[in-house]
Design a protein around this ligand. Structure first.
Ligand code: NAD
Length: 485
């Protein structure tokens, strides 16, 4: 057994106890053959919070064996949908009970404001678990007549088996729930590998898995470095499916490892370069609302929680010259300026630091590239002094399609504002990317809304809103933003 550590969160004068071992078979255990540690860092202060065990490939073998054993004995086809539903609902209740503490821990390791972690990420996680708990006892196949009514064939849905789940850092709790809830509901068992940048809340959630009463081995959590534990999971011959969310470059490796090992099933939720078109008829007040962190692209892009961040905002050509245009740009800048980027425990913060030094350097690399390639900075673009990986929201105008800030995913608080002459050109510019995760448009012309929405090549298209996600709405990416489910 590995003992938990007690962390002092001085900003709120609070202590939280966090498990630091690998969660396998409902116990927190050390690695069997490695003393490698993951040092979890507070991105607002750059200090190490604590260190947790990093799983080795051998530990992944053990976790997969635990999941296989649970699948064959206590879960899989050995448990009713009613029981799965009861346990998933119980887990949701426990997460709801501990929402404040979980949010505070999420903020410590990820940087996002407590209120966002609690009200959006954890609120949605609870809803997600309850949504899939509702499906667990309603899994039905079809009956087909095959021979003059004397013979029937029927289909049934069986659980796939052991699922490896590999997740990124931007929604550590929420992503955990999005992955485990559907797998549990259908009877799969899980080996979850959280991001090495944010492993703490996945471990804290594991305590709740045990408290809820899930049999040992149903959900195992193995923090690990991607090229070690993630690669081992993707290549494991006894894993039946790998569900991955992360960058396109890593997704490619996961798919390759899956193909080369046992041709396991793969679902991939990958990167994006999500555009948003603002047409001349747009209601700018509706187009530029504030406060709800999920309602607006540039707010989403300004925090530590880029989901489907809008990185490209494209308005009509006249938008630079006319009154409408000046209103548009001024409103945009003033709304973004309203966002306080600060420590996640400060209630006035609308966004926190980016998650790590690596991500900080990556985002600044793009801001510098944008300047060098001739784009004009109209907001932000200068570094803050002092500690913490804070990046103030940065807006570029005067962009060209070949610029790196326009072509490549930044995954930080950087928005590029471009322009178009015609609707066709707008659609061309929006689709001129290898990604196809999300897209949006603002227009009050209903015909235009329908026409453009169907022409945009993205898994999700929002009309007169942005980044609204619901558990009962399908989600996924086109082109190189993913495959699945
Ligand atoms: P990443 O690809 O670096 O890492 C994602 C996960 O993969 C981590 O757990 C990491 O440890 C693991 N990993 C790294 N190398 C691996 C390997 N060789 N084999 C197996 N696993 C490996 O991504 P990130 O920086 O954590 O997250 C940011 C990316 O995630 C962005 O590209 C963003 O667009 C994407 N993302 C997509 C969605 C979506 O819904 N499509 C949602 C959130 C984030």
């Amino acid at each position: 057994m590995v003992q938990p550590v007690t962390i002092n969160i001085s900003a709120i004068n609070k202590q939280i106890t966090v498990p630091t071992g690998l969660f396998i078979n409902n116990e927190f255990v050390p690695s069997v053959d490695s003393d490698e540690l993951i040092h979890a860092v507070n991105p607002a202060t750059e200090e190490v919070i604590c260190s947790v065990v990093a799983a080795s490939p051998k530990d992944i073998d053990i976790a997969v064996a635990a999941a296989r054993n649970a699948f064959n004995t206590t879960w899989g086809k050995n448990v009713t949908g009613f029981e799965r539903s009861r346990l998933i609902n119980k887990l949701a209740d426990l997460i709801e009970r501990d929402a404040q503490e979980l949010a505070e821990l999420e903020t410590l390791n990820n940087g996002k404001p407590v209120k966002i972690a609690r009200d959006f990420d954890i609120g949605d996680s609870v809803q997600c678990l309850r949504y899939y708990a509702g499906w667990a006892d309603k899994i039905i196949g079809q009956t087909l007549e095959v021979d003059n009514k004397s013979k029937l064939a029927f289909t049934r849905h069986d659980p796939i088996g052991v699922c490896g789940q590999i997740i990124p850092w931007n929604y550590p709790i929420n992503m955990w729930a999005w992955k485990v809830a559907p797998a549990l509901a259908v009877g799969c068992t899980i080996v979850m590998k959280p991001s090495e940048l944010c492993p703490l809340t996945a471990l804290k959630l594991s305590e709740l898995v045990k408290e809820a009463g899930f049999p040992p081995g149903v959900i195992n959590t193995v923090p690990s470095f991607g090229p070690v534990g993630g690669a081992a999971l993707a290549a494991h011959p006894d894993v039946d499916k790998v569900a991955f969310t992360g960058s396109t470059i890593t997704g490619r490796k996961v798919m390759e490892a899956a193909a080369k090992s046992n041709l396991k099933k793969v679902s991939l939720e990958l990167g994006g370069k999500s555009p948003h078109l603002v047409f001349e008829s747009a209601d700018l007040d509706q187009g530029l609302p504030v406060r709800s962190p999920r309602s607006l692209c540039w707010l989403e892009a300004s925090g530590t929680m880029p989901g489907i961040s809008c990185e490209l905002l494209i308005g009509p050509l006249s938008a630079y010259a006319t009154t409408l245009a000046r209103t548009f740009i001024n409103l945009l800048v003033s709304k973004v300026k309203d966002q306080v980027i600060g420590g996640g425990y400060d209630v006035s913060s609308g966004g926190g630091p980016v998650v790590s030094k690596g991500q900080y350097d990556r985002v600044w690399g793009y801001i510098e590239a944008g300047k060098k390639e001739g784009a004009k900075v109209i907001l932000g673009g200068t570094k803050r002094p002092g500690k913490g990986f804070f990046v103030d929201p940065t807006i570029f105008t005067d962009i060209r399609p070949e610029m790196r800030i326009v072509k490549e995913e930044i995954f930080g608080p950087v928005l590029s504002v471009g322009r178009f002459r015609t609707e066709d050109e707008a659609i061309f510019l929006a689709n001129d990317t290898s990604y196809g995760l999300g897209a949006g448009l603002h227009s009050t012309d209903a015909n235009q809304c329908m026409r453009v929405a169907s022409a945009l090549e993205a898994g999700t298209v929002w009309v007169n809103q942005y980044n609204m996600l619901n558990n009962n709405v399908p989600f996924g990416g086109k082109k190189q933003s993913g495959i699945g489910p």
